[in-house]
Design a protein around this ligand. Structure first.
Ligand SMILES: Cc1cc2nc3c(=O)[nH]c(=O)nc-3n(C[C@H](O)[C@H](O)[C@H](O)COP(=O)(O)O)c2cc1C
Length: 177
């Protein structure tokens, strides 16, 4: 496979774990997106962004979007890492939330990460508590996948990181690159 770089933005570590698995699989360079400059991206034909999902936004994507015009001709793929179980409708919603038509050539893949309130910042813990209160009395049929995941994970320590989630992304790269 051609040369490439894996960029990640991870607050609590699960997205970085996926970046590390991809590095082992692809032998690509891996870097925290906050430490990379546009010039450093120029030698790479393939860019994989691994970004955690926070309130439906994919972390790190802003950087890719800001450099997008200069990245023409490169293969860019995004792996979003969240707590919700994989569901195509939910992934479509994440896509709509994060990608306008300008970025419609970027494929989005999904992997389930971690839920560990003991690792969370005070701000994130407070936000999650508020969200929990807001959704706990909703009827089952009104719950979106992330709400269900929040209700079932709240107060528990969950680790869903699994290399199996990377199979579709790896198959895509094998076909395209
Ligand atoms: C404040 C907050 C908001 C979150 N919002 C979402 C969300 O909208 N959808 C989702 O699937 N997961 C959501 N999560 C769960 C994280 O995406 C999940 O824990 C992920 O594994 C974190 O990645 P990291 O360990 O690399 O930081 C949220 C977590 C926190 C703390």
């Amino acid at each position: 496979m051609d040369n490439g770089i894996i960029l990640y933005q991870s607050k609590y570590g699960s997205t970085k774990r996926y970046a590390d698995i991809l590095q082992l699989e692809l032998q690509f360079v891996t870097k925290d997106i906050k430490e990379v400059t546009l010039d450093e991206l120029s030698p790479y034909k393939t860019i994989i962004l691994c970004g955690a999902i926070y309130a439906s936004g994919i972390s790190g994507l802003k950087v890719i979007k800001s450099h997008y015009p200069s990245l023409k001709g490169k293969t860019i793929v995004v792996l979003a890492v969240g707590a919700s179980p994989y569901q195509i409708d939910a992934l479509n919603d994440i896509y709509k939330h994060n990608f306008s038509v300008d970025y419609c050539s970027i494929p989005l893949f999904y992997a389930r990460g971690e839920w560990d309130e003991s690792k969370m910042s005070f701000k994130d813990k407070t936000l999650c508590k508020m969200l929990y209160k807001a959704v706990k009395n909703k009827k089952d049929e009104d719950l979106e996948p992330w709400m269900k995941a929040l209700l079932s994970s709240s107060g528990k320590k969950c680790d869903w990181v699994d290399s199996q989630y990377l199979k579709p992304l790896l198959a895509y790269l094998k076909e395209t690159v």
